[in-house]
Design a protein around this ligand. Structure first.
Ligand code: SF4
Ligand code: SF4
Length: 384
């Protein structure tokens, strides 16, 4: 297995499962189960024992490895140099299981659906562009930016609303964008985090070929997961594009004065998506935008920026739900943290986070106190 030679460096000291001030547990799986095997160090030792043939493959081993949300809290908080590869090690262990064909049924089904239908929803490609029909968002025909939406924004009902809000906001602000509709393919980030490298490369090459044929040079992504795949893994496969998350474009529009929403007297808190924040270091653009809206008060949760608590949807869990529900599930913990701030809205910048947190608000029965909205959904009703 890749990284096998560094796996013994983990001391199982446990720093990685906390926030930086050790105030709270911040590995979502450890926080839920409170067993060391579900902590980053526990996973490291388990993988080592498995590679050394000290333990056998089992359903439990698979569940522990595939429940990791790849949130990168451990990457941020382990004190050793090898920590930069912690998530890579967990993905490499999954890859080993995928290659051996010993994976949980939920993972198998997800990979099968993406492989056969090109998306996890088992929907035809012809449905992919429906979300933009009847809107001011045009098909891509050489505009300055390709607006890449991804599977959740294309097929999920809530994701579609967010895709439309972001797309319309960009058009209203004068950004030249176009969408691929049924020509768009899955970005493959979740496929990769689940360890299916062959399928990931197939999807990436499909996208890269199409982007090049169409002359795409600049991409705006709706989803931080696609942003992550395009910036980190596509260049090695020959796909070198200028890639932005939509919040980065919105921030520059606010700076130029191209967006001037009306006053909105409201208290909000902001949830950092792991694949925008910890994985890609973008903490400030969404906050700059929120702070530019007159009347809006941004109240931070205790666990913010590099200490943000994951919604539990990363690493494929959004689709496989291996991490599962219950009152200690990460999304429910996170909305309780948001509620404690006194904010009326938890603002997100990722359609996966939006869904995860909205489900949690319903499960906690706090719909009357806390609303989940994407950044674009806050701005668009307040434009002239
Ligand atoms: S991953 Fe790092 S911080 Fe976590 S237990 Fe191992 S050595 Fe300690
Ligand atoms: S990536 Fe996140 S969920 Fe996975 S072991 Fe590290 S802290 Fe826990």
């Amino acid at each position: 297995m890749k990284y096998e030679e560094i796996i013994h460096r983990c001391f199982r000291c446990g720093y990685c499962k906390f926030t930086s001030d050790y105030f709270d547990f911040n590995c979502p799986t450890y926080r839920k189960y409170r067993f060391e095997t579900y902590s980053p160090g526990g996973r490291m030792w388990l993988i080592r024992a498995w590679l050394n043939n000290e333990i056998e493959n089992s359903d439990r081993l698979q569940e522990i490895l595939f429940s990791c949300a790849t949130c990168a809290n451990c990457v941020e908080h382990c004190v050793f140099k090898f920590s930069e590869d912690l998530v890579n090690i967990f993905i490499a262990a999954r890859e080993e299981l995928v290659n051996k064909g010993i994976i949980p049924p939920e993972v198998r089904d997800y990979l099968k659906n993406v492989s056969i239908s090109g998306n996890p929803y088992k929907q035809p490609a012809s449905e992919r562009g429906r979300w933009a029909e009847g809107s001011i968002i045009q098909s891509y025909e050489g505009q300055e930016y390709l607006f890449y939406v991804g599977c959740v924004g294309s097929y999920d009902e809530r994701g579609r609303k967010i895709a439309r809000a972001v797309g319309e906001l960009l058009v209203k602000a004068g950004v030249s964008i176009g969408v691929l509709g049924e020509r768009e393919a899955c970005d493959g980030n979740e496929v990769r985090t689940l360890g299916e490298m062959g399928l990931f490369e197939f999807l990436a090459e499909q996208n890269i070929t199409l982007f090049k044929e169409l002359g795409v040079r600049k991409i705006i992504t709706l989803d931080p997961h696609a942003f992550n795949a395009f910036t980190k893994y596509y260049p090695d496969l020959g796909g070198k594009f200028q890639v932005y998350h939509y919040t980065q474009i919105l921030e520059s529009l606010f700076k130029k004065g191209a967006l001037k929403p009306s006053e909105y007297n409201v208290k909000v808190t902001y949830h950092d998506p792991c694949y925008l924040g910890r994985h890609n270091g973008e903490y400030e653009a969404p906050r700059e935008i929120l702070n530019s809206i007159p009347g809006l008060e941004l109240i931070e949760m205790e666990q913010n920026r590099e200490n943000s608590f994951c919604c539990g949807g990363g690493g494929g869990n959004f689709f496989t739900d291996i991490l599962g529900g219950g009152s200690d599930s990460p999304n429910r913990v996170r909305v309780r943290q948001a509620l404690e701030t006194g904010a009326e809205i938890i603002v997100v910048a990722c359609p996966l986070c939006a869904k995860m947190l909205e489900d949690a608000v319903k499960a906690e029965e706090i719909e009357d106190s806390l609303e989940v909205l994407d950044l674009a959904e806050i701005i668009i009703p307040r434009l002239p």
